[in-house]
Design a protein. Sequence first.
Length: 365
Amino acid sequence: MKITDVSMESYRWPRKKPIRNGRYVYPTAGLDVVKIETDDGPIGLGLSGGVEQAVGIGREILSHLKQYVIGQDPFDTERIWEEMWQPKLVGRRGVTTRVISGIDIALWDLKGKITGQPVYKLLGGYAEKIPVYIAGGYYEEGKGLDELAKEMEIALSVGASAVKMKIGGVTIKEDVERVRVVRDTIGPDVKLMVDANCAYRYYEAIEIARKMEPYEIFWFEEPVNPDDYKGHKLIAEATTIPIATGENEYTRYGFRDLIESRSAAILQPDALIMGGVTEFMKVAAMAQSHDLPLASHGTQDVHIHLMTAVPNGLILEYYSTSTDPLRQEIFQYNLEVKDGYVWSPNRPGFGIEPNEDVLGRYRVQ
């Protein structure tokens, strides 16, 4: 069996209201689907992270990478990955690695479909379910403390036992009050994570971390810029709250440096960004050798397979309609939350089937 073509479709749609974290405003949501075709019929589907925001660049990079993929055996994922990743030519990070990620994920989907196995089984099949948290708590126009509390109540009503909220977009005093309201709303037994999206300088992060400690924060995510390992370490030494980071890190080399710096207690690789399944599994093994847990960032439909394939999977991020109005419509199948867990699907590959009836109108030309 040989690969005959690689293509990518990007989709982008408006949110009802723009949402905001500590640094950025998101007026739209999107999806990037990589398709790999073969001479024997099966088709692999993969997802890339955020390429719809730079479609022209993504398509040019995909066009360049085709020469390393077409004609190859889809089972040769290690060789294909190494041939695609040529940092001297097309860059070590950014859109290049995101496109490589989508291709690699599509290859693993294809392997699962050929063998009739879900990806988590191909990768080791460590568990059939994993704890989940609902990601949300963004800033929005007209969203006050009452609306924030209501959002968290809805998150718990769908079966979650952990939630995440944004901080860093208002004053420290205001954010501490938001944290207090959420803790009072969810009660003492629900895990609460906070995410600053790199909004702080290290000394500001230390200040808010100490003020949040009474509210039993499960982790403090991305307090400072991702390359500021020293800043992360200073924060970790100044608070009892564990530091989590990694969503903006790329490849095993980036995670090697992050791990060796001992600046984070929890690693958050995103397979759609950092290099796909092939790199994610290397990072998972590296983290395990340092007794570090993983809490993947981003799309649950891919990461459920990766997180249930490894022994050090801690908890899965889950996006709902509170952050994306089409979240439950863009795929034919959706993961269901029950009693704080989600279960790995047993459909071949990743089991991802984009809903063209919904997505078609949002295709980026």
